[in-house]
Write a protein that binds this ligand. Structure first.
Ligand code: BG6
Length: 534
């Protein structure tokens, strides 16, 4: 084997953690001090089964929740407490060692169910009576967390009825009441503004918790720790040193036979970019907050969003690419194209993929392209933020400058810092290194940190963290009204540009890297990173 064929293993940094404690277990400071009642609107839906009840179960198991909590499901379906408990037990079966003991578990015994119509004042009277009765029986102080996991059209009605039924407390009340609102928060700028106006008639902003589950992911929370808890990278995070930033959220899932109807109305822009990707963008680009406190953090995020200038129609054409997947093969299985999916209009112009080149018009980031891409049915599930640094100012490593130089590429590549959000959660830094041998040959190597290797504890699921924070009254990981509106201001400008553009979306084959048209967005800078393992 010649040394040119030899492929050295990618270097790995070894990371050890000093004084390891299991932070997924509660200590006194993290534990909820007083029990609260959680009321889930839309409790018969998928989210309760898949995310909310499992999250509450894990929080209870780790000691964060007192035994005398109460979780009350509310929806139209007429079922008993017993049937509700049984369904929720089934959703936990895979998570526990002895599922037969689940019915006796304190969390399952704290589940109740009330059936009713969320637009009928009588249902709220019945709900309030039941809640008071449960709270008295369980000796609870009456704090309430209402979780709205329902169609967005119902948000204003529920908030209004809760207030009129005396179920939202004011500041003078020693009990607290908070409302978690699921996405989508509005359909465009106007509807988001209308929704904010309506719900703030009944609720104080401090009682509103707009949820974005990406903010509950460990790796997303770690962006701020990495940037502001270390001194070596932050000085480089600006237009002097950064060439471009790529934010990717690629999924291999499609409509899975059930999401077509919703997704055809939303598209990748509303489903992923307005919320999750805008949040990633703010975290990677924001200034250090004045304190680690909800409003200080959100103030800085809003500044980034304000600096995203709405795009003109010609800019939308030039800087965005929207696309739909066509049929493709994965592990010998043929999947339908987007337009053939159940619930999708065969003439739909909705995008299942979007890529954009954006500018943050502020002092720190002037002139640095921020590239965003997200799509369904791509080659691989990869969510990451890649910061590409500028190349060294002087190129010593040129083929013509030294006869002993044997470069496989003309110049070393730029350093990249990659925040891997999922899978292979971690952070990686690429840099140039000399290959062993008599020639001067450069190779790109990685220094990797993987959560799985560095920490023994399991990473809590996003909903665990977010539910606990809402119960503790910490809104840092929830979005404020102005954040949502500024994000919509930018997104709505893109939608307007698309509406005015007669060209239909372009296409990409299912399980590919996306449409080739997206390449034009990287003209003059390093190309898109391949969708690959870290
Ligand atoms: C949801 C979107 O908000 O996020 C889905 O509605 C998407 O379309 C999902 O699949 C992705 O979340 P995660 O946590 O799997 O990356």
């Amino acid at each position: 084997m010649t040394d040119q064929n030899f492929q050295p293993p990618v270097s790995q940094a070894s990371i050890s953690v000093v004084g390891q404690v299991n932070s997924a277990q509660s200590d006194e400071s993290g534990r909820l001090k007083e029990p609260a009642t959680i009321v889930i609107f839309g409790a018969s839906g998928d989210l309760s089964r898949r995310k909310l009840i499992p999250a509450l179960y894990h929080l209870h198991r780790a000691g964060f929740l007192p035994d005398n909590m109460a979780i009350v499901g509310f929806s139209r379906t007429e079922i008993s407490d017993h049937e509700f408990r049984e369904t929720m037990c089934q959703s936990l079966c895979d998570d526990v060692e002895s599922p037969e003991t689940l019915p006796q578990h304190p969390l399952i015994r704290s589940l109740y169910y009330v059936s009713g119509n969320s637009n009928d004042p009588e249902s709220y009277k019945a709900l309030q009576e039941r809640l008071s009765q449960i709270e008295a029986e369980r000796n609870m102080p009456g704090h309430r967390l209402y979780y709205l996991s329902v169609a967005p059209a119902l948000f204003p009605f529920i908030v209004q009825h809760l207030t009129e039924a005396g179920m939202i407390y004011d500041r003078t009340d020693p009990r607290w009441s908070r409302v978690i609102i699921e996405k989508p928060f509005g359909h465009d700028l106007q509807s988001a503004q209308d929704l904010n106006k309506t719900i703030t008639r009944y609720l104080d902003e401090s009682q509103i918790y707009r949820i974005d589950h990406y903010l509950g992911k460990e790796t997303v929370q770690n962006i701020l720790t990495f940037r502001f808890g270390n001194s070596i990278f932050e000085p480089l995070f600006n237009q002097k040193h950064v060439e471009q930033v790529q934010i990717t959220v690629a999924e291999s899932l499609g409509m899975e036979g059930k999401r077509g109807h919703y997704y055809d109305k939303a598209g990748a822009m509303r489903d992923m970019v307005q919320n999750h990707m805008m949040q990633l963008l703010t975290l990677i680009a924001m200034e250090p907050p004045s304190a680690l406190e909800a409003n200080a953090i959100r103030d800085e995020k809003v500044k980034v969003l304000r600096s995203l200038l709405p795009l003109r129609e010609d800019e939308v054409r030039e800087h965005t690419v929207r696309a739909q997947y066509t049929s493709g093969m994965h592990e010998d299985i043929q999947v339908p194209g987007f337009l053939e999916e159940e619930g999708v209009d065969p003439n739909s112009r909705t995008e299942s993929y979007v890529a954009m080149r954006m500018q943050i018009d502020n002092w720190r980031w002037a002139g640095v392209p921020f590239l965003l891409r997200t799509g369904k049915r791509l080659r691989k599930r990869v969510s990451e933020i890649a910061v590409f640094f500028k190349k060294p100012p002087l190129q010593f490593f040129r083929k013509d400058s030294n006869p002993n130089l044997c470069l496989l590429t003309d110049r070393p590549k730029a350093n990249q810092l990659i925040f891997r959000i999922q899978p292979d959660e971690g952070i990686s830094l690429t840099f140039a290194s000399k290959r062993p041998g008599m020639k001067l040959d450069l190779e790109q190597v990685n220094m990797n940190f993987f959560y799985k290797q560095a920490f023994a504890e399991r990473s809590p699921e996003a909903y665990e963290r977010l539910l606990l924070d809402a119960l503790r009254g910490d809104a840092s990981l929830f979005t404020r009204s102005d954040e949502v509106e500024f994000a919509w201001r930018f997104i709505s400008s893109v939608h307007q540009g698309w509406d005015a553009d007669p060209r239909p979306p372009v296409h990409y084959t299912a399980f590919s890297d996306g449409p080739r048209e997206a390449r034009r967005l990287t003209e003059g800078i390093a190309p898109w990173r391949p969708l690959q393992n870290m």
